[in-house]
Design a protein around this ligand. Structure first.
Ligand SMILES: NC(=O)c1ccc[n+]([C@@H]2O[C@H](COP(=O)([O-])OP(=O)(O)OC[C@H]3O[C@@H](n4cnc5c(N)ncnc54)[C@H](O)[C@@H]3O)[C@@H](O)[C@H]2O)c1
Ligand SMILES: [Zn+2]
Length: 366
C-alpha cells in the first residue's frame, strides 16, 4: 500500500492507495472515527456490487455500519438530494461524533462531502472512491458540491475528509467508458504540470484502461501526488488550484447544455474541454500545432472524445459562450480559462473576451 499525506498548516490527512484494501477497511477506518458506528453512503450500483464485502469488513472491526444507498446521477446531484440525505441521517439521531463514508464515484463523493459539511455544522467524513475519476481527482482536496438550474457545482463548500482510501480492485467492475472518463482527469495533470507523467502515459496509458494493476496504482499515485501538492499550496483556489480546472469551463458548459444527461459524462466533457483549451492556446499564439497534435493524438489513441457532440455543435456560438460565462471563476462576465504554453506548462488566463470564444467556436464547428 502506498500512502500520501496531504498536509499544510490547516490540513493533514492520508490518502491510501493499494489493491485488496477492502478486506481490512473497517480496521483502516477505525482510527479516523470517534465511535463504533459509521454511516456508509453509496449509490445503488456500487451497493449491489460491494455492500456485503464492506459490511463484513466493518463487522470484523466491530464497527456498526448503517448502509444508506441512494440513486444518483448528474440530474439528481442537487440540493434536494443533500436535504433528503441529511434527513435520513437525522432519522438515525446523527450526532457530532458520527462519521459518514462516501462510498462511490465522484457524484456520491460530492453529495456526501457537502452533506457532511453542513449537518450539525460539520461532521467527519471519509472518502472511499470507487471510480477511476474519483480515485484520481474528486475524492482528494475537499471540494464538495451540487448542481443547480444555473449550472454545474455552483453550490458547495471546501470541506476536507479525514482520510481517502483507494482500492484499485474496485476498478475491475467499472465500465470502460467510465475508466476513460477518469483517464481524462489523469492526463490533465500531465498537461498542467508534469511532462514526465504525460510521456509515461503516452507509453502506458492503455495499460490503465486494460486493467494492469501496477499501471493503475502508479497513475493514481502520481495523480494524487500532483493534486495534493496543489491543494497544500492553495486549498481555497485563490491561485494555482485553478489550474486543475483545465478543460472544465468548456466541459461544464457542455454538460450543462446537454442537460446533465448520461450521453456525455463528466470526464468526456472535460476531454473535449481540454482539446478546446489547447486549440484556443494555439489560436492565441501561446502554444504551437506540435503541442496540440501530441495531445489530440494521445486522446484519439486512448479513445477519448475530442469533438463537441453533434447536438451541442449545432447550438449557436452565443448559446455556448453564455453557458461558459456561468463558470465560478467568471468575474464581471470576464471569463478565466486555463491555457497551455507547452505540455507540463499550463497557466491561468483572465479576462478572455467573449469574441475570442465565438471565434474559437466558429473554427471548431465549421
Ligand atoms: N470535488 C471535486 O474536486 C471533483 C473533481 C472532479 C469531478 N467531480 C465530480 O465528479 C462527478 C463525476 O464522478 P464519476 O465520474 O465518478 O461519476 P459517478 O459517480 O456518476 O460514477 C460513474 C458511474 O459508475 C458507477 N460506478 C461507480 N463505481 C463503480 C464500480 N466500482 N464498478 C462499477 N460501477 C461503478 C456509478 O454507479 C455511476 O453509474 C461529477 O459530478 C464531477 O463534477 C468533482
Ligand atoms: Zn473534473
Amino acid at each position: 500500500m502506498k500512502t500520501i499525506r496531504l498536509k499544510n498548516n490547516q490540513i493533514n490527512y492520508p490518502i491510501f492507495i493499494g489493491s485488496g484494501l477492502y478486506a481490512d477497511i473497517g480496521k483502516l477506518c477505525k482510527q479516523y472515527i470517534d465511535k463504533d458506528r459509521v454511516f456508509i453512503i453509496s449509490d445503488s450500483v456500487v451497493s449491489t456490487l460491494y455492500k456485503p464485502e464492506i459490511i463484513r469488513a466493518f463487522k470484523t472491526a466491530k464497527v456498526k455500519c448503517i448502509f444508506i444507498s441512494i440513486s444518483v446521477n448528474e440530474k439528481k446531484k442537487n440540493i434536494n438530494t443533500v436535504i433528503n440525505l441529511s434527513n435520513r441521517l437525522f432519522s438515525y439521531n446523527v450526532d457530532r461524533q458520527d462519521t459518514v463514508i462516501a462510498f462511490g464515484g465522484g457524484i456520491i463523493g460530492d453529495i456526501v462531502g457537502l452533506t457532511a459539511s453542513i449537518v450539525l455544522r460539520g461532521i467527519k467524513y471519509i472518502q472511499i472512491p470507487t471510480t477511476l475519476l474519483s480515485q484520481v481527482d474528486s475524492s482528494v482536496g475537499g471540494k464538495t458540491g451540487v448542481n443547480n438550474i444555473y449550472g454545474k457545482n455552483l453550490i458547495g463548500s471546501f470541506y476536507q475528509p479525514q482520510a481517502v482510501i483507494i482500492d484499485t480492485d474496485v476498478l475491475n467492475t467499472l465500465p470502460k467508458r467510465e475508466l476513460l472518463s477518469g483517464y481524462a482527469e489523469i492526463i490533465k495533470y500531465g498537461i498542467i504540470k508534469d511532462t514526465i507523467f504525460f510521456e509515461w502515459l503516452q507509453k502506458n496509458g492503455k495499460k490503465i484502461i486494460e486493467g494492469d494493476t501496477a499501471a493503475r496504482i502508479h497513475a493514481i499515485h502520481k495523480s494524487c501526488m500532483n493534486k495534493s501538492k496543489i491543494v497544500e499550496e492553495d486549498e481555497k483556489e485563490h491561485g494555482i488550484r485553478a489550474l486543475l480546472n483545465l478543460g472544465h469551463t468548456f466541459g461544464h458548459a457542455i454538460e450543462s447544455l446537454n442537460g446533465f444527461k448520461k450521453s456525455v459524462v463528466h470526464g468526456e466533457a472535460v476531454a473535449i474541454g481540454i482539446i478546446l483549451a489547447v486549440r484556443l492556446s494555439c489560436i492565441e499564439g501561446y502554444t504551437n500545432e506540435t503541442t496540440f497534435n501530441k495531445i489530440i493524438t494521445h486522446f484519439k489513441e486512448i479513445g477519448l472524445p475530442t469533438q463537441l457532440p453533434k447536438k451541442i455543435a449545432k447550438l449557436t456560438a452565443k448559446n455556448f459562450v453564455s453557458e461558459m460565462v456561468k463558470d465560478k471563476k467568471t468575474i464581471n462576465k470576464n471569463i478565466t480559462l486555463i491555457l497551455v504554453k507547452d505540455i507540463g506548462n499550463a497557466f491561468i488566463k483572465k479576462g478572455i473576451s467573449q469574441s475570442k470564444l465565438i471565434k474559437l467556436h466558429k473554427e471548431i464547428t465549421t
